[in-house]
Design a protein around this ligand. Structure first.
Ligand code: ZN
Length: 332
């Protein structure tokens, strides 16, 4: 059973994922690219994943058989367990809770070699529709407070399978990173009575030096204080705290700008490993006036090293103004 443990100094929660128990020798092989001899996400191998939660497939096909174009399954090695009880307990001075939560995989395409950057827009829209459907279904489950949609692309960004997929982890606590963004945005709102993200968008459009691309409803920027080279955020231009409320037009435009941003990164940096994280407000409903959902894309070009680990400071060798100019110039 996984367990959530709280660091008593910083209040950061850690998942001790016992199901994924690893011994020292299991960590030795990092850096080796994944071999693709057998892939559980290919057509015909559906029986090797846990039964599907949801799929976009023709009505005349059976669940867990080929024919689908999007498939959502529970993670075979989940970080959290939906069947766990929700129970907090103490351990001397320490706080812990049982590892209740959901961990799902969105298989983005049956095509083993496709990536979001190079997919048809239509397929990326289907991925985003799947995100929305799972987001709203999980948001209804009592005791879950946060749903994080994210992606690890390539092994150096944490992917253990090469086939295009993203992940959804739903937790009974609001993660510290989100908590920090929430409280910063709330403080800004209390002072100015405006959403800090809306103000960032306004400022970026005034200066335009850090804009990668914009459409009617969305904008892609390299943030002013980017932590990493070519860090790119995609935000809705109209204030919205809840990704779960995204409408049809927005799904289209968001998918397109996400894909185009990833394609720019793919072309400019030769298909680097990357992570993306979709930040939206907690399912508890707070933040509707001051929080603003967005996607953060982080190409993994530098290694987080001692100074970053020790200080929380990041050293970014590429000014976001240069990065944005470079990405803007990529021919799509
Ligand atoms: Zn806003």
């Amino acid at each position: 059973m996984p367990e959530l443990r709280k660091d008593p100094i910083t209040n950061r929660w850690v998942i001790i994922a016992t199901e994924r128990a690893k011994r020292p020798m299991d960590f030795a092989k990092s850096g080796e690219e994944m071999k693709s001899a057998f892939c559980p996400f290919d057509y015909g191998n559906e029986y090797t994943t846990p039964p599907e939660i949801m799929a976009f497939r023709p009505p005349d096909t059976e669940p867990n058989s080929p024919g689908w174009w999007i498939r959502v399954v529970p993670n075979k090695f989940p970080a959290l367990d939906p069947s766990s009880r929700i129970e907090r307990y103490g351990h001397g001075m320490y706080d812990a809770m049982m590892g209740f939560g959901y961990h799902e995989i969105v298989i983005e395409t049956p095509d083993h070699n496709a990536t979001i950057a190079t997919m048809e827009d239509r397929q990326v829209e289907e991925v985003v529709w799947a995100y929305k459907a799972r987001y709203n279904a999980l948001a209804k489950i009592p005791d879950l407070k946060y749903i994080l949609i994210f992606k690890n692309h390539k092994r150096d960004a944490g992917a253990s399978l090469a086939h295009a997929h993203s992940q959804i982890i739903a937790t009974p606590i609001i993660p510290k990173r989100v908590q920090e963004e929430m409280s910063g945005a709330q403080m800004y709102f209390q002072y100015k009575e405006r959403c800090v993200f809306c103000d960032i968008i306004y400022q970026e459009r005034m200066e335009s030096t850090r804009i990668v691309e914009e459409s009617d409803r969305f904008i892609a920027i390299n943030p002013y204080a980017s932590r990493f080279p070519f860090e790119t955020w995609v935000l809705p231009k109209n204030h919205s705290h809840d990704f779960g409320k995204i409408n049809e037009k927005e799904v289209q435009e968001f998918s397109q700008l996400m894909r185009r941003s990833l394609l720019r990164i793919h072309k400019a940096l030769e298909n680097p490993p990357y992570n993306f994280m979709l930040h939206t407000s907690p399912t508890t409903g707070e933040g509707n006036r001051f929080y603003h959902w967005h996607l953060e894309i982080v190409p993994r070009l530098t290694k987080v090293a001692g100074f970053e680990w020790g200080s929380g400071f990041y050293i970014n060798p590429t000014p976001p103004e240069d990065a944005a100019k470079f990405l803007r110039g990529v021919e799509l």
